[in-house]
Design a protein around this ligand. Structure first.
Ligand code: ADP
Length: 172
């Protein structure tokens, strides 16, 4: 019997965008099982809490039968090894992502032997970033072409709350 291929797609997902969702769908088609792992890094300020980011990803992936959604703390490669996965899945947006992603992939392989597989998103969503989604939403712009409906609703609710919870970012 051939080996079951499990991949982990790690990220911050603050919040999940249509770009992330495209990579999740492609990963689900490429691997037997895909775990979307939401990073819980208390040192990094995020707009949505880990639980909120997890819930938004879970809802988006609900229809994908071989996709599980989880959160994790610490080194990604340790999480990957603990869950019997052999591959880290990452998306590539444009060449500006490449330098950092390449460095990360080589570092992860050196410290653990775990390989990283890169997938290109559909060109219609490949430019989307959580950072710009947060910025557009904070300034009252329409994010409906950038995120799933439930994420748009969550952004509206969140940004109607106290402004001190918003991360400080440079203007558009
Ligand atoms: P990071 O983990 O680098 O802080 P994210 O959590 O936003 O950033 O992204 C997780 C993964 O999703 C990364 O591999 C990133 O390149 C990928 N990704 C995010 N947005 C897109 C997109 N629009 N198209 C392709 N890949 C994307």
């Amino acid at each position: 019997m051939s080996q079951i291929r499990v991949a982990v797609f790690p990220g911050v997902f603050d919040p999940l965008t249509l770009g992330h969702l495209d990579i999740i769908r492609r990963g689900a088609a490429l691997f037997d099982r895909l775990i979307v792992a939401v990073a819980n890094n208390p040192a990094k300020q995020s707009l949505f809490s880990t639980e909120e980011r997890l819930a938004l990803v879970r809802r988006a992936a609900a229809g994908l039968r071989n996709v599980a959604v989880d959160s994790y703390k610490g080194l990604t490669v340790q999480y990957v090894a603990r869950h019997g996965a052999s591959v880290i899945l990452r998306g590539l947006r444009q060449h500006s992502d490449f330098q950092y992603e390449y460095q990360l992939a080589l570092t992860n392989r050196t410290i653990s032997g775990i390989e990283t597989v890169f997938v290109a998103a559909d060109e219609r969503v490949a430019y989307i970033s959580s950072h710009l989604v947060r910025e557009v939403a904070a300034l009252g712009g329409d994010v409906s072409g950038l995120v799933p409906k439930h994420v748009r609703a969550a952004l509206r609710k969140k940004l109607a709350g106290p402004p001190c919870r918003r991360p400080i970012e440079p203007p558009l």
